[in-house]
Design a binder for this molecule. Sequence first.
Ligand code: F0G
Length: 351
Amino acid sequence: THQWRGIIEEYRDRLPVTDTTPVVTLREGGTPLVPAQVLSERTGCEVHLKVEGANPTGSFKDRGMTMAITRAKEEGAKAVICASTGNTSASAAAYAVRAGMVSAVLVPQGKIALGKMGQALVHGAKILQVDGNFDDCLTLARSLSENYPVALVNSVNPVRIEGQKTAAFEIVDMLGDAPDIHVLPVGNAGNITAYWKGYTEYAADGMATHRPRMWGFQASGSAPLVRGEVVKDPSTIATAIRIGNPASWQYAIAARDESGGFIDEVTDREILRAYRLLAAQEGVFVEPASAASVAGLLKAAEQGKVDPGQRIVCTVTGNGLKDPDWAVAGAPQPVTVPVDAAAAAERLGLA
Ligand code: F0G
């Protein structure tokens, strides 16, 4: 009966909770760190995937949400609100149910994956589709939380970052030290901020001998950190990271510079290639935005930026079931056969 207890119980002394804090958890975290054979061969490195799609609502957001909803509960909030490209809203909706709270979510109209919309709906969130992009949704959510009795649970809420930093702890605990390089997709830039904080705290306490270089990747049509300016009309098939004005901009730049890393872009085509490689060759089904980390690693390797022999962790942030359209699109239609072994065998190329 040794079940993982969720990130707050597992890392209690490193998180802003007290003995009386009412912990709201779905036992998030404790996600698999999976050795990636094909990526290791391609890069000459030891590559691991931190599979965050294995969290209770299917993305890394649960790490931050257990903290955000726990603290909102502690402070007596009755309702929470967030802006989201889909995963934050799914997570907020689920954790609000656990806490007995009402959740309200603001999503960009027509730009969130169906699986994520289904999650928010089935968990009973109040959903508003905003006639605008994620950045507009966040502006609206901030304004509502400042003027009405509703707590903001986006990653501009610092306790979200506290929860998400535990992924770095888990990686160091598993590997026995920090990796040499950590690769992440970057959207609103909360997660790269959180990992850097986690690695920094662990190294400061002697839990790791060093900190990794942080490599972040944005989608080319939504790459404000690469361009150095806000992108007014962000576009990419990776809807989760379709963000033109990341809230944690300065923290992401600090993580990049303090770690000696970089933030670059990958095209939608590169994202989809990595998405298919992960599923077809590593057996790991992620959503398109998650594949940006792996697309970036492969791009860097092709550019000769990856010295062999290093230990590299790529975070794959969300489950492929969230957005299966891209798995089905362009794939051959399954054939229909009668209930007949000979016909089935022939179709399968067994006969
Ligand atoms: N990958 C996935 C699957 C995401 O859902 C997000 C962000 C990111 C990567 C980027 O992380 O924003 O911390 O840089 N999704 C947010 C949402 C914006 O609303 O679900 P980030």
